[in-house]
Ligand binder design. Structure first.
Ligand code: GRF
Length: 216
């Protein structure tokens, strides 16, 4: 088993992805260990999930800081106190400064509810339906300074059915998120997933423009 990989999770909301990570780490041995969950919102349900699992929690209220730079500097301090090998964004509803992103280059992952590069930003399920798309899904990617634009690691594809609504699509996509995010974290923790100047690689093989593609 490779060396232990400490992970800090950042979230703002319900923490469905956090729960999937916790459950997956319970089910199968992994070098990954969630050492802390940090939220910018004290009322985030994800904090409760973390506490129940015995994981350290920390709240950093962004409204208490004068601007993004000051908040991100404090956030870096809070994260680095745990000395994580990996930082994971799991519904963290803040735009991060370039300095923050650079600080964690190659060890900062995000999940987005669309098949990137399609539908960056918000309201992805509604936008897929409006466009009459036949496929939708979610993507795990390394975070770079481009919003929702970093090298892709893994994508899960779901088909859009005639009767789908934003709510049913969200449900399908969330279920896939809960499979692919723990998978990507496991790869990283095992030293199989890396980022260098050529992009993301798995087991030394370039992942290519779409990352690893899974059709469930
Ligand atoms: C997910 O849809 C994820 O793709 C997006 O934020 C949402 C977080 O959901 N980045 P949860 O709090 O993990 O349930």
């Amino acid at each position: 088993m490779p060396q232990r990989c400490d992970v800090v999770v950042l979230l703002s909301g319900t923490g469905g992805n956090l729960q999937a990570m916790i459950d997956s780490l319970h089910e199968r041995a992994s070098p990954a260990r969630i050492c802390a969950v940090i939220s910018n919102r004290a009322d985030a349900f994800g904090l409760e999930r973390a506490a129940r699992a015995g994981i350290a929690t920390h709240v950093l209220d962004h409204t208490a800081y004068e601007g993004r730079e000051a908040f991100d500097a404090a956030l870096i301090q809070a994260i680095d106190a745990f000395q994580p090998a990996l930082v994971v964004l799991a519904g963290f509803m803040r735009i991060l400064t370039p300095g923050f992103v650079r600080h964690y280059h190659g060890r900062l992952l995000n999940i987005h509810p669309s098949l990137l590069p399609l539908y960056k930003g918000l309201h992805t399920h509604q936008r897929v339906l409006d466009a009459g798309g036949a496929e939708h899904g979610c993507s795990v990617h390394f975070v770079t300074e481009e919003l929702d634009g970093g090298p892709l690691v893994v994508q899960a594809v779901v088909s859009v059915e005639l009767h789908d609504t934003p709510a049913t699509l969200a449900q399908k996509v969330h279920a896939r998120e809960h499979l692919i995010y723990p998978l990507a974290i496991r790869w990283f923790a095992e030293g199989r997933l890396t980022l260098d100047e050529h992009g993301a690689s798995l087991d030394g093989e370039p992942l290519g423009p779409s990352g690893h593609l899974i059709r469930y």
